[in-house]
Design a binder for this molecule. Structure first.
Ligand code: ZN
Length: 292
């Protein structure tokens, strides 16, 4: 709380300095073109600085004091607050694809994405920052396609914990502040590149404690996992993916991957999509339904 107060004072001070600077600027200036240009540049620099201060203020304007001394009781993929299905009885399924990034996760399953586009199948794509930094152009291309909803899959791709819990051998974040960084680092990158702010978050490994989930909610995002494990981290064969997807029910959220082109995911999804359509299912975006 004290840190937060110090920050507020700093912001007030910076704003005051800017105001003083602006007052000086109102003194008479030569009216030649160069002078005008200089003043324009100064004005736009000033605006930019003010934007930066404002942006930082937004980033830090999260009061974490209420989370500081709490101990979590749950550690899983389905802790309190995590959404796992659509609130509907309609025969709809939400396909979600993670792009995880990292040394073994920076691939792009073009065959899969082309299939979704050709068949006009909406899908929600969760991007990790490491993947984005390798494929900025692809992110922009996919973000401009209304078929796809773009969401946040974390900055370092780690489990979301306030105490440093691990999942699948990957150490999680270890404080409320680190939880905020893991979410907002990539959030800012996606916003900067696409101009759109994600409204949903899924952590690397999809593990959380319930306090970390509350913090993500405090940041204005929903935490979204799944109730159908579609490709088990892109390790399933074509037939395993096919079979897993046929287990989907009304309102299911399916977890798959779009970053492992040599996996069975694309072929398995193709087979399953045709079968599910015959069974009367259609495919929807997460943002079109209330989640539960
Ligand atoms: Zn991932």
């Amino acid at each position: 709380m004290r840190l937060f107060a110090v920050f507020l004072i700093l912001v007030t001070f910076v704003t005051a300095c800017q105001t003083a600077f602006e007052t000086e600027e109102t003194s008479p200036q030569p009216v030649d073109d160069e002078g005008t240009q200089e003043r324009d540049e100064e004005a736009s620099n000033e605006l930019r600085e003010r934007d930066e201060v404002q942006e930082e203020e937004e980033l830090l304007d999260v009061d974490l004091t209420s989370f500081a001394n709490r101990q979590p009781n749950q550690w899983a993929e389905t802790v309190s607050g995590v959404k796992t299905r659509l609130h509907t009885d309609e025969k709809v399924i939400a396909l979600t694809f993670d792009a995880c990034g990292g040394p073994y996760g920076n691939g792009y399953d073009e065959e899969l994405i082309t299939f979704l586009q050709t068949e006009q199948i909406p899908a929600t794509l969760f991007f990790n920052e490491r993947w984005i930094l390798e494929h900025e152009d692809l992110l922009l291309e996919l973000a401009s396609d209304p078929l796809f909803q773009i969401e946040n899959h974390g900055t370092a791709h780690v489990p979301l914990s306030v105490t440093g819990h691990s999942a699948w051998g990957i150490k999680g974040t270890s404080s409320p502040e680190e939880v905020v960084d893991e979410v907002l680092g990539n959030q800012e990158t996606i916003k900067r590149l696409t101009g759109q702010a994600p409204t949903m978050f899924r952590s690397g490994t999809a593990f959380y404690d319930e306090i970390a989930v509350e913090i993500v909610n405090e940041l204005g995002l929903e935490v979204v996992n799944f109730n159908v494990l579609g490709d088990a981290g892109a390790t399933f064969s074509v037939e395993q993916v096919h079979r897993a997807l046929l287990g989907a029910k009304s309102g299911s959220i399916v977890l798959l991957h779009m970053n492992q082109p040599s996996s069975g995911t694309a072929e398995g999804v193709k087979k399953a999509v045709y079968d599910l359509r015959e069974m009367g299912f259609s495919f929807v975006l997460l943002e079109d339904y209330e989640l539960e």
